[in-house]
Design a protein around this ligand. Structure first.
Ligand SMILES: NC(=O)C1=CN([C@@H]2O[C@H](COP(=O)(O)OP(=O)(O)OC[C@H]3O[C@@H](n4cnc5c(N)ncnc54)[C@H](O)[C@@H]3O)[C@@H](O)[C@H]2O)C=CC1
Ligand SMILES: O=C(O)C1=NCCCC1
Length: 358
């Protein structure tokens, strides 16, 4: 039966009310696990059909449209308002994110985000478009969630099953734009961050973030924040480094890493290539993990170092790195993450009784 109101539209404001870390982390972890299995490999197991995304350049350099389709089959969501028996019923989602990256948007007057996205959800019965969901906040949250999940499994789990709750860490944030700001607040709320080093090309932006964090109700008072004058200063002594800029030149060099290793890097940003923010000599000594091998094959061309594994396979099999390793989570971003988070948000909205088209 076709829906007379379709497609439903959920605005950024509505989506924002339903985003929280348990919901987004669970959905992103589901996508990361599911991507390890391709269609039909094991019956009833979660799996992903995720063709390589397309990049369409627009008028100027630094302006690009990405189309990101995915089908995620047989996965479960427990924290999205589908609690009780419904939580045990396998879900499947057919979705496509349309996202633009216009890197000079923050310099506009008034400033706009560099990343703007919408996520389309389709009926599994008829293929009709059922929902259009604003996807800019989802993109930020799911990318930060991927870094949180990577840090838990590639860094903390080296030290045992409870380390993410007990171990104190120093975190460097390089790039204090939309991604950097949310990485900073999420890492401080989800882990025990004793020292937070902030660096941004325009130092005033890092300064502003420091002030905002300190004014945030509930911001961990045990976190000392330092605004750094160079990326090297931020990296030195850090256990976990998150780098999210448009830089085409390396910002993280081996000489600045702790000499004994034991460092994890979330490489989030994309200049011309995904791997431009981290120097070759760091890739040369690190173990490199990716969200998707298939995406890595098409988007990490030229990376002169082997990929160790998909993050989802570490989560599934518990194959954690050695304590002293330097690890990189090369985050490219996956359509399946967007699909699972959008589904979880839609479930939460519907179970709250909220009307669509708001
Ligand atoms: N891996 C993933 O899934 C995703 C990756 N991204 C990427 O993350 C990066 C950051 O995105 P947003 O925070 O939304 O952008 P933004 O524009 O809000 O922030 C970018 C920050 O990087 C800094 N920056 C820009 N160019 C630089 C350079 N050449 N050297 C040093 N710093 C520089 C700016 O000062 C700014 O603070 C982008 O490359 C974006 O494409 C965004 C979304 C998802
Ligand atoms: O996954 C995404 O969404 C993006 N990835 C790379 C940069 C643009 C947005």
């Amino acid at each position: 039966m076709s829906n007379p109101l379709a497609p439903f539209y959920y605005s950024e404001e509505t989506v924002r009310r339903f985003l929280n870390w348990p919901l987004v982390i669970e959905a992103v972890e589901s996508a990361l696990r599911a991507v390890v299995a391709m269609s039909g490999s094991t019956p009833n197991e979660p799996f992903v059909n995720q063709p390589v995304r397309s990049f369409t350049s627009s008028r100027e350099p630094g302006q690009v449209l990405l189309t990101m389709p995915a089908f995620v089959g047989n996965y479960k969501l427990t924290s999205a308002g589908s609690g009780g028996d419904a939580a045990n019923i396998p879900r499947s989602t057919l979705a496509c994110k349309l996202v633009t990256s216009f890197s000079s948007n923050p310099q506009r007057e008034p400033p706009l985000p560099s990343i703007n996205a919408n996520i389309l959800l389709f009926s599994l019965e008829t293929g009709e478009l059922t929902t259009i969901m604003a996807g800019t906040d989802i993109t930020t949250w799911r990318t930060v969630a991927a870094s949180l999940v990577a840090t838990k499994h590639l860094y903390f789990r080296r030290f045992g099953p409870r380390a993410e709750r007990e171990r104190e860490i120093t975190v460097a944030i390089i790039g204090c734009g939309v991604q950097g700001q949310m990485h900073a607040s999420a890492f401080c709320s989800q882990f025990k961050v004793k020292q937070l080093n902030l660096y941004n090309r325009t130092i005033a932006k890092a300064q502003r973030l420091s002030e905002q964090l300190q004014q945030t109700p509930g911001f961990a008072s045990q976190t000392k924040i330092t605004v750094c004058n160079s990326p090297g200063e931020a990296v030195q002594g850090s256990d976990v480094i998150c780098v999210a800029t448009y830089s085409k030149e390396p910002l993280v060099y081996a000489a600045d890493l702790r000499p004994a290793g034991c460092v994890h890097i979330n490489a989030v940003g994309a200049g011309e290539t995904h791997y431009s923010e981290v120097a070759d000599n760091v890739y040369g000594l690190a173990q490199i993990y990716v969200d998707s091998n298939a995406n890595a094959q098409s988007e990490l061309i030229g990376l002169a170092a082997p990929i160790t594994a998909e993050l989802g396979s570490v989560i599934k099999h518990g194959t954690y790195p050695a304590e002293s390793a330097v690890t990189i989570f090369q985050s490219m971003g996956m359509a399946s993450e967007d699909a699972c988070v959008a589904q979880a948000v839609q479930d939460a909205i519907l179970s709250s009784g909220r009307l669509p088209n708001v």
